[in-house]
Design a protein around this ligand. Structure first.
Ligand code: NAP
Length: 327
């Protein structure tokens, strides 16, 4: 089969399409024929020299894949089941989804709801899974119906899916972006769009004006600190990413005087119960979503090097799909 292989020997990083055989590593491994994969920011980090995210010197890249089970000993995931593969070691410590076939332990394989095609599953991908996990965490925390929710990094994978999902679920999504894509974000359902630099309010003070009923942040750094200062009393931010920075400085005041919450969101090691809850919730809203405009490009394995670079530079909008069978 054809696969996009990342290998690093000494100071030399190679990214190339090769003919390889899929390899099972775990007793619970399933074999899936891949229809589509999708590019995530994490894939950029895995495909970088001296990557701290990649755990092995050589592997097939791709932290996401969707397709059909072709070999399985799991009675819940029989041959013919349409599935999404993501999380755990997939595409990070063992071969991932940028290939025509992929093995993954059943723990990281989710059956797809009927309403979600394998293509749409990869428009959603880890990014959309993380966005829905964030919304469910805010709901568990008490997000009010129709509340105003800030989304940062809004044209990215997590951000654009968060805007789309919030809109179809009846919330008022305010999109924060550093791009010029305001109209595209309004078309995705945002009620308004603000610039990245407009987030900081009353910067000299420990607390800003109370603005948001909730927030979904994949940016981190000073952005996350600003959000904490501007959440309404009792509101929360669901934090999943670090595109700006892994570090941020805050005071305890938002927590002890406004009772705000900082909710950590992890999709990688989400429990089987969480995975099934999130995919079920995605299946419920999928019929209301127009997936086509969320797709920036569909690329072949040969086009992946350029596509990864586009994602690295933030020159993308929505999701890049990968068709491993395309030429
Ligand atoms: N916790 C988890 O399980 C989980 C799962 C998925 C992703 N993540 C993390 O979430 C983050 C986003 O992932 P993604 O796949 O959505 O990435 P992405 O598609 O590359 O989107 C990131 C977006 O952030 C904005 N951005 C880029 N550089 C920025 C900067 N220096 N300062 C502020 N904003 C910036 C851009 O949006 P605008 O141009 O619209 O501002 C960009 O499109 C990454 O850190 C990723 O590792 C975590």
């Amino acid at each position: 089969m054809r696969a996009f292989v990342i290998s690093e020997v000494g100071n030399t990083l190679a990214l190339e399409v090769r003919d390889v055989e899929p390899v099972a590593l775990d007793a619970t491994d399933l074999l899936v024929e891949v229809d589509f994969s999708g590019i995530n920011f994490k894939d950029v980090m895995v495909a970088s020299a001296k990557s701290r995210v990649r755990r092995v010197p050589s592997l097939t890249g791709g932290v996401d894949a969707a397709g059909t089970v072709v070999a399985s000993s799991d009675p819940e995931l029989v041959v013919g089941t349409r599935v999404a593969l993501h999380g755990g070691p997939f595409g990070v410590a063992r071969d991932g989804g940028f290939a025509q076939f992929a093995y993954a332990p059943s723990r990281y394989v989710s059956p797809l709801p009927d309403a979600i095609s394998t293509r749409d599953a990869m428009v959603i991908g880890t990014a959309g899974f993380t966005a829905m996990e964030s919304i469910l965490a805010l709901q568990d925390r008490g997000l009010r119906d129709g509340g105003e929710v800030l989304v940062t990094g809004a044209t990215g994978g997590v951000g654009s899916l968060a805007v789309t999902l919030l809109a179809v679920m009846g919330y008022r999504a305010v999109a924060s972006t550093g791009s010029q894509e305001s109209q595209w974000l309004l078309d995705r359902g945002a009620v308004s769009v603000i610039g990245r630099d407009e987030l900081s309010d009353q910067p000299g003070r420990v607390l800003g004006t109370e603005r948001w009923d909730g927030a979904i942040d994949c940016v981190g750094g000073a952005t996350l600190a600003s959000i904490l200062r501007s959440l309404r009393y009792g509101a929360a931010v669901a934090a999943s990413g670090l595109v700006a920075s892994a570090e941020f400085a805050t005071t305890v005041y938002p927590f002890i005087t406004r009772s705000v919450g900082l909710l950590g969101i992890d999709s990688v090691d989400a429990t089987p119960a969480t995975r099934s809850r999130v995919w079920r919730a995605l299946g419920e809203v999928a019929p209301s979503i127009d997936f086509a405009p969320l797709t920036d490009h569909v690329v072949t394995l040969e086009e992946l090097v350029q596509a990864l670079d586009d994602v690295r530079r933030g020159a993308t909008r929505g999701r890049f799909l990968v068709d491993p069978n395309g030429h």
